[in-house]
Ligand binder design. Sequence first.
Ligand SMILES: NC(=O)c1ccc[n+]([C@@H]2O[C@H](COP(=O)([O-])OP(=O)(O)OC[C@H]3O[C@@H](n4cnc5c(N)ncnc54)[C@H](OP(=O)(O)O)[C@@H]3O)[C@@H](O)[C@H]2O)c1
Length: 326
Amino acid sequence: MKAAVCASYGGPEVVSVDDVPVPEPGPGEVRVAVGFASVNFPDVLMTSGSYQIKVPPPFVLGSEFAGVVSAVGVDVSAVVVGDAVFGTGLVGAFAEQVVAPEAALTKLPDGVGTDVAAGFGVCHRTAYHSLRSVAKVRDGEELIVLGAGGGVGLATVQLGAVMGATVTAVASSDEKLDAAKSCGASRLINYRGADLRAVLKDQIPGGVDVVIDPVGGDLSEPSLRALHRGGRFVTVGYASGVIPKIPLNLVLLKDIAIVGFEFRGWAVANAEELARNDAELMALLAEGRVAPHIGARFSFDDVRAAIRHVADGKAIGKVLLDISSK
Ligand SMILES: NC(=O)c1ccc[n+]([C@@H]2O[C@H](COP(=O)([O-])OP(=O)(O)OC[C@H]3O[C@@H](n4cnc5c(N)ncnc54)[C@H](OP(=O)(O)O)[C@@H]3O)[C@@H](O)[C@H]2O)c1
């Protein structure tokens, strides 16, 4: 089968579509014939060897996919061959066939396409768990979303609006902000050339309840300063490449809570909440109230260009790989 292999750590150029053996599912595992996969920022970090979990090359890249079950191992009960499913993992998704534990798969709701499902499992779940369980966003609250045109950001905008928050989207381009508006953002702030602290103070003089930050860098502190007393700041990622250093007196002065969210660790520690949130989120998807914004599609042969697109911060919402195009 064809698979996108990361032969050594480096930029997108180290990835090539090669022939590799078809993987066999072990006990409790399922093999899926992949229709679409999506490129996430952590795939960029995985390629360069700078992700928090390192897989020694060579390995098949890709953490998110959707397709049809093609084989099941022993002790698998939730799916059968022919079921349409989507799933997430650490690696292996940019391939014609991927093997994943049964527990990592979800059946597609009726009417949801494989392409839509391939863009749902990472960003919308990250956004929903962050908003629902970590920030505990409530109806009517003010929410700032940084990186609001990116995968996690745009999902956070959409889900924040569905949860009844008034969403302020912060991004680097009008194109990204247009996407945020279409996903329900009420205020749009292009931070390029702007004094973000002053703009936020001017536009939201009463302050905000929650900040969701997948970007870090120079945007974090001015956003944190926009919180009012008792506000919550959730640090989700550092796509800017810079981990911000926050003066602690800002936290003390307004009783602010700074909380981290890291999917794998949180999921292990919060199994019941994870299941409840996932069920709620699947209902929103099935009802058509939320869906990933697909900003770009690439053929399997163009996998390097797809990774480059994400690495350069150009992604708007989700970036899909059409694996069946091979
Ligand atoms: N905590 C978790 O469990 C979890 C789960 C999923 C993802 N993440 C992390 O969340 C972060 C965002 O992921 P994502 O899927 O939303 O990524 P994305 O789609 O690439 O969006 C990231 C955004 O970051 C901004 N950015 C600023 N400087 C950048 C740079 N030098 N390179 C790339 N982007 C830059 C860009 O927004 P502007 O153009 O508006 O500046 C971009 O839209 C990543 O760090 C990822 O690893 C964490």
